[in-house]
Design a protein around this ligand. Structure first.
Ligand SMILES: Cc1cc2nc3c(=O)[nH]c(=O)nc-3n(C[C@H](O)[C@H](O)[C@H](O)COP(=O)(O)OP(=O)(O)OC[C@H]3O[C@@H](n4cnc5c(N)ncnc54)[C@H](O)[C@@H]3O)c2cc1C
Length: 263
């Protein structure tokens, strides 16, 4: 039985610059961190392992450039058992479809998994598509915005899904995929012993050849979407203010809306 956590390395700020020529993020000089929502997924995997008497093996999986190794080592230092990095020039330029296809192939290769945990979204790409994408490629039941895991056994899992007004309780057959929110737990800090162990740990590296996947489904060629333009929306203008008693103001607003053809 394995619990696989998908983690993405992201810039440590939401205020990154965009390269106007390529419409991609300019990562130079910006420190990287594990996507904050993925930290809750890591913590929950560790708690589930404790709850299940240490039985499941916990694995972190990430696709990205070689420097993502730092993020994987951080997860290992928190107590995760194994780390896998998908890195290959052929994966570069992947959109969410190609990313989720590649991650799904690696999950299949890892085999014998019961649960896949993801953050609800990445703070840079922000699409929240990768979790549902992976679940679709693997034909897994999925529940998003999970704030609590109530029960788990070998066959099923009972979870609470955060909603605008309250929560849903959902039971899923395992294997399943969950995306998680910050209400789930408080991620632990790595211990000194954990840090030392993680420093020496082996990171498994898999590239295109290891996954047995279709070349035209990955990287730029396998990405049907691309960023046409990125821009900051113009700041909100002050608007028009109408003073006076409610009746006069209502008339003025009506005249304004009709004269400007808003209604
Ligand atoms: C239209 C479009 C075009 C793009 N083009 C490019 C491009 O040309 N070049 C480029 O470099 N990027 C590109 N990207 C960005 C890239 O597709 C995304 O960063 C990546 O697919 C993840 O999507 P996201 O950041 O929105 O993650 P989300 O879907 O918001 O992430 C949700 C969760 O999925 C998991 N996850 C996400 N990404 C990974 C990962 N890499 N490894 C492991 N787990 C992960 C994490 O658990 C995360 O919390 C593009 C994105 C879009 C929307």
């Amino acid at each position: 039985m394995k619990i696989i956590v998908l983690i993405k390395q992201v810039p440590d700020t939401t205020n990154v610059s965009i390269n106007p020529d390529t419409n991609t993020l300019m990562r130079e000089g910006v420190e990287s961190i594990i996507n904050p929502f993925d930290m809750y997924a890591i913590e929950e995997a560790l708690r589930l392992k404790e709850r299940l008497n240490g039985e499941p093996e916990t694995v972190v999986l990430s696709m990205g450039p070689p420097q993502v190794e730092t993020a994987l080592r951080e997860a290992l230092s928190m107590g995760i058992d194994k780390a896998v990095l998908l890195t290959d020039r052929k994966f570069a330029g992947s959109d969410t479809l190609a990313t989720s296809y590649t991650l799904a192939a690696a999950i299949k290769k890892l085999d014998d998994y019961s649960l896949v945990l993801c953050g609800k979204q990445a703070i840079d790409g922000d699409t929240a598509q990768v979790g549902p994408g992976v679940a679709t490629w693997l034909d897994l039941p999925i529940a998003t915005y999970i704030r609590k895991i109530e029960e788990i056994d070998k066959e099923k899992i009972l979870v609470e899904r955060l909603m605008d007004m309250g929560y849903d309780r959902i039971s899923l057959k395992l294997p399943a995929l969950l995306t998680v929110v910050k209400e789930l737990n408080e991620p632990r800090l790595p211990s000194l012993r954990g840090k030392l162990k993680a420093k020496k740990a082996e990171i498994i590296n898999w590239g295109f050849e290891d996954l047995g996947i279709e070349e035209d489904m990955i990287g730029l060629d396998g990405s049907p979407t691309y960023v046409v333009k990125i821009f900051s929306p113009p700041p909100k203008q002050g608007g028009e203010k109408f003073h006076g008693n409610p009746e006069d103001s209502a008339k003025k607003i009506f005249e304004y809306l009709t004269s400007t053809k808003i209604i």
